[in-house]
Write a protein that binds this ligand. Structure first.
Ligand SMILES: NC(=O)c1ccc[n+]([C@@H]2O[C@H](COP(=O)([O-])OP(=O)(O)OC[C@H]3O[C@@H](n4cnc5c(N)ncnc54)[C@H](OP(=O)(O)O)[C@@H]3O)[C@@H](O)[C@H]2O)c1
Length: 329
């Protein structure tokens, strides 16, 4: 039987998710990759336990996470949870639906009531849970009226299947439109999940971060390390045992000579702060006041330990921020 390390709340920083009552750990663990049926169960279990022992109370999933993309991550997470049941009230578990999941028009990419309710029931079953803490619509659907998606997420809360709701891959104006409906319904809509990193700053250009800050919504940022580019892994080439080396991501196409030079200069800034590159990249995102948590991915427990270490140096001097801007220009 798993016994949690009782010191786990010692160091972690917990941020309020927007203006809601919900607190999220500054660093959360996402199960998109490395938690499917092709991964080692012992390694997955070690990653979840390592994270939880460090105060990472939030685990981010979706119906299609894992390999194969048919609920394998949720199923494996459910198996791991069986031995951690006593800790359910110390955990925030999120899932999502919206991307392609099962054959036919009802499990296809959409935001309909038909899809979102069926998918949530499936997710709860796979994970062996009675409710999730946050249920997200995974990606904006231009065809389903936002009223339908909002009412469906609201219904999930009223049915006791979700405590809070969120949206992911929505831009500022799409977020503004659905927020109006959630406000009318009084839905506990608390989280917005976009991609955001030093190398992917569309949320700043779009004004999504500012909008969320002004409207009491918290950002749960995904791919904060740009899928591993912002780590010390690619400073001298591409290791075979890496997401790019295994051909599992498109971000390898960004790894030209200029990028390697930029990553090395960022690494110098990190060293001057007593951090690693991944820690610098995470601290930098967490310095944006709109951000409640960074959702990191990992392929082994040591990466989680390293990344959680970012919380030991969160603030930045003006000079540090300026040098980083200069490098990212
Ligand atoms: N809402 C959405 O549409 C959406 C989309 C994508 C992701 N997400 C969420 O965000 C989570 C994180 O996404 P992501 O996996 O792209 O995040 P990421 O944190 O940017 O990248 C994670 C990958 O970087 C490498 N890495 C991490 N820490 C490292 C370290 N200290 N040293 C060396 N390499 C390190 C590992 O890859 P290696 O395999 O190379 O070791 C790891 O799998 C997902 O699990 C999911 O929960 C949501």
């Amino acid at each position: 039987m798993y016994t949690a390390n009782e010191k786990r709340y010692g160091k972690m920083v917990y941020n309020r998710c927007g203006k809601s009552g919900l607190k999220l750990p500054a660093v959360s663990l996402g199960l998109w990759q490395n938690f499917g049926f092709k991964s080692s169960f012992a390694n997955m279990e070690a990653m979840i336990r390592t994270a939880f022992d460090l105060g990472v109370t939030h685990f981010d999933l979706a119906n299609n996470y894992g390999n194969p993309y048919n609920g394998s991550a949720e199923e494996n997470f459910g198996r791991i949870l069986r031995d951690m049941r006593g800790y359910r009230d110390e955990m925030i578990i999120s899932t999502k639906a919206g991307y392609e999941m099962w054959p036919g028009p009802y499990g296809d990419r959409n935001g309909s009531r038909k899809y979102l309710i069926a998918s949530l029931d499936q997710s709860l079953k796979r994970m062996g849970l009675e409710y999730v803490d946050i249920y997200y619509h995974h990606v904006f659907d231009p065809e389903t009226p936002p009223e339908e998606t909002a009412l469906t997420l609201d219904a999930a809360v009223r049915q006791g299947k979700a405590l809070y709701v969120g949206i992911s891959n929505y831009n500022r104006s799409q977020t503004e439109a659905i927020l109006k409906i959630f406000r009318e319904l009084r839905t506990p809509f608390v989280a917005v999940q976009p991609s955001y990193s030093m190398l992917d700053r569309w949320v700043e250009r779009d004004g999504l971060d500012k909008f969320c800050l002004e409207n009491g919504l918290g950002l749960a940022v995904f791919s904060p390390l740009c899928q591993g580019l912002l780590t010390n892994k690619y400073l001298d080439g591409v290791p075979a045992d890496s997401r790019i080396g295994r051909g599992e991501t498109w971000v390898g196409s960004r790894l030209d000579e200029k990028m390697v030079g930029r990553l090395n200069r960022l690494n110098d800034v990190a060293k001057s702060r007593g951090q690693t590159l991944s820690q610098l990249a995470l601290s930098w995102i967490l310095n944006n006041k709109a951000v409640a948590t960074v959702l990191i991915g990992a392929s082994r427990p040591e990466q989680i330990v390293e990344n959680v270490g970012c919380i030991e140096h969160l603030g930045f001097t003006e000079d540090e921020l300026k040098s980083i801007e200069e490098i990212l220009k």
